[in-house]
Write a protein that binds this ligand. Structure first.
Ligand code: BGP
Length: 454
């Protein structure tokens, strides 16, 4: 049984939902200036939540959400390093409106949208970005810390890092990528320290994308490959956040890629002394690995395809799992496997900050959207989550992706995740009107029965 304080939420991120990319003093973020993937749209208008936030919160209330996980745009609050009062006012009003409606605000401070001016001076490769991040976060804690209980530092740092080479158009070496990753780990530790030292009343943690990695066969070699992949993809990030250390197996893979970062004594101290209060994680699917000889390839894919490293592991197909129309595997029981792995390693409360199915929804003439595939996906995951809770795992809440349709990271507007449909397509903004999908009414019942009726 879910306890009575269990948070039933839903998620979005600033650059994928807000729009208003250059309004009211906002500086462009790296997302606003990036090359748009072929046949998809940019993030400039998104779901136009910046101009619809009151209507959206009213819909969240009607949906019955008891939590809303969103991210704050660094480039809106602190463009070019200076506080932007209009940007601050936007989030302040949003937080107040959520609280007025009984919805707990869950805040991620950085979700893939570094201010463009910081990228110009080297982004996370430049150690000064650590201080800029600390200044930004300190300001957020001082400004919103009395109203926000659950904070997350960096969304999916592991996916950002693993996609780093592709995102740089192969310009960066693995060494560059993992030095940036190291700076992010230090920055995260630093802001967790600021949060704890400041005596703010809530909790702070990371929000990586974590998934169990299965061996492709029962051979010891494939099991070892799965362990290495998991260390590299999952535990590197959580061992750093929870214990303040580098995972040994992950470090070994880094050495093989000639990508071991330079770590100063102060960095080690910073990481060791400043760790998290809980583990937030995003879960969409699981991974599968097989042994990869030293002569094998090293390749990068997305969060579904994973990563292949010569000498350690190669991504493998898992023939036991069905797939979404966008080719992502569906593995509800894998959520249970993943949650047990996390808890046995870290013994901290957990919060699911993303889980969901991206599909091509159709708005019918009568304004309905029949997304039974999404209901099936979420139901099956909630059933497994309930088993986790019954098995004694401490969960703070569940925030599926996404509260409302947002622009997908790689697939534009055609791949939707929301409970609320936004009437626009990739290249036609239409009227941006909101419609309730079938999953909206279904999740409403789940929440009102505290997870009893799924
Ligand atoms: C996670 C991100 C989200 C969201 C989601 C779905 O990696 O944290 O921002 O985009 O994945 O992914 P996609 O939009 O690529 O389908």
């Amino acid at each position: 049984m879910f306890n009575k304080n269990f948070l039933w939420g839903a998620s979005t991120s600033a650059y994928q939902v807000e729009g208003a990319w250059n309004e009211d003093g906002k500086e462009p973020s790296v997302q606003d200036v990036r090359q748009v993937p072929k046949d998809t749209t940019d993030f400039k208008v998104a779901a136009d939540h910046y101009h619809h936030w009151q209507e959206d919160v009213a819909l969240f209330k009607e949906l019955g959400l008891t939590a809303y996980r969103f991210s704050i745009s660094w480039s809106r609050v602190m463009p070019n390093g200076k506080v932007n009062p209009k940007g601050v006012a936007f989030y302040s009003q949003l937080i107040d409106e959520l609280k007025k409606n009984g919805i707990e605000p869950i805040v991620t401070v950085f979700h893939f949208d570094l201010p463009a001016s910081l990228k110009e001076v080297g982004g996370w490769g430049n150690r000064q970005t650590i201080d800029a991040f600390a200044t930004y976060c300190h300001f957020l804690f001082d400004t919103f810390g009395d109203r926000v209980t659950y904070w997350q530092t960096i969304n999916e740092q592991n996916m950002l890092t693993l996609a780093g080479k592709l995102l740089s158009g192969n310009q960066k070496s693995w060494k560059d990528i993992f030095q940036e990753n190291h700076h992010m780990l230090v920055a995260q530790a630093k802001v967790m320290g600021i949060y704890h030292d400041g005596g703010y009343p809530g909790k702070i943690g990371p929000a990586p994308n974590i998934c169990a990695v299965y061996p492709a066969t029962s051979s010891a070699e494939d099991q070892l490959a799965a362990d290495y992949m998991s260390a590299f993809r999952n535990w590197l990030y959580l061992d750093a956040a929870v214990y303040g250390i580098y995972n040994v197996q992950a470090l070994e893979v880094l050495r093989s890629l000639d990508a071991e970062p330079e770590i100063t004594e102060e960095d080690r101290k910073m990481m060791k002394e400043n760790t998290c209060d809980y583990v937030a994680f995003n879960y969409y699917n699981t991974a599968c690995a097989k042994a990869n000889p030293v002569s094998g390839t090293t390749e990068q894919g997305d969060q579904q395809k994973g990563l292949t490293v010569a000498g350690y592991f190669a991504s493998a197909e898992n023939p036991t799992l069905p797939k979404t129309e966008f080719g992502w595997t569906i593995d509800p029981v894998g959520l249970r496997v993943t949650a047990h792995q996390i808890y046995s390693r870290y013994h901290l409360p957990m919060l699911i900050t993303e889980n969901g199915l991206g599909g091509r929804d159709v708005l019918e003439e009568d304004g309905t959207i029949h997304d039974n595939y999404r209901i099936d996906y979420l139901r099956d995951h909630i059933v497994e989550l309930k088993k986790c809770v019954d098995e004694g795992l401490p969960f703070i809440g569940y925030c599926p992706w996404s509260a409302i349709d947002v622009i997908s990271t790689h697939e534009g507007m055609r791949k939707r995740y929301g409970f609320i449909y936004v009437n626009r397509s990739d290249f036609d903004l239409k009227d941006l009107k909101r419609y309730k999908k079938d999953s909206f009414y279904w999740y409403q019942t789940v929440i009102s029965s505290n997870g009893q009726t799924v």
